[in-house]
Write a protein that binds this ligand. Structure first.
Ligand SMILES: [Zn+2]
Length: 219
């Protein structure tokens, strides 16, 4: 677990990136270069990387890779989501944190099998990050209707819409191990995974559950 956490990175794009777990344990943490050996869809890589800018660790200090607007600027630029001439401001950061909260909440619901409840934080940010449809190619596509940092954040909503269209949105989940809560992409056939890694969090949670049951049986 410790080794896993030390490798957590929060970039996206043509840089080192902590990508979604593809279900093959140790291969979960890799360097992702779009188009080269990426097992998960690009939308999942992007959305999970964004969700994982918050590194929850109940045993140590929770780390937030987006503590201020400058960090958000860097993150968006690394993912080619923001021009070098643009930068994020305080309001953009507030929007980003609300969006991240909403995405993590939605991913948690997916892990719990809840696909119907509303996620107010996602609704709130969607209002502030408008999209529009363009017909400049062979098929209509969604693009941000605003520029700058808000446009970069709106690209995350485009990724959500595309993931919904190809039915991968519900496969983006949050690990149910309380001291992990890592966003991951569930590639299992029946979309049944609850943990980012069966070999780490899954086994640990099963051991904890077993011990709890044994304790409950004692007179
Ligand atoms: Zn986990």
């Amino acid at each position: 677990m410790v080794a896993l956490r030390r490798n957590r990175l929060s970039g996206y794009g043509g840089v080192e990136s902590r990508r979604c777990d593809d279900g093959k344990g140790a291969r979960a943490i890799t360097t992702t270069v779009p188009g080269k050996g990426t097992a998960t869809p690009a939308q999942a890589d992007l959305l999970c990387a964004f969700a994982n800018t918050l590194d929850v660790d109940v045993d140590a200090e929770t780390k937030d890779a987006l503590p201020d607007a400058a960090a958000l600027t860097d993150w968006l630029r690394q993912g080619d989501l923001l021009d070098v001439d643009d930068q994020a401001g305080r309001r953009d950061l507030d929007l980003a944190l609300t969006l991240r909260s909403g995405l993590r909440e939605a991913m948690l619901r997916h892990s719990e099998g809840d696909h119907t409840s509303r996620v107010p934080d996602l609704d709130a940010t969607a209002t502030a990050l408008p999209l529009r449809i363009v017909f400049d190619g062979t098929r209509p596509r969604l693009v941000p209707a605003v520029g700058g940092a808000r446009g970069g954040l709106a690209r995350l909503l485009v990724a959500v819409a595309e993931a919904q269209a190809d039915e991968t949105w519900v496969r983006m989940k949050l690990c149910l191990a309380g001291d992990c809560q890592l966003a991951f992409f569930d590639m299992s056939k029946n979309r049944s995974r609850h943990w980012c890694s069966m070999g780490v969090c899954g086994n640990r949670q099963k051991t904890l559950s077993y011990r709890a049951r044994q304790r409950a049986k004692r007179p």
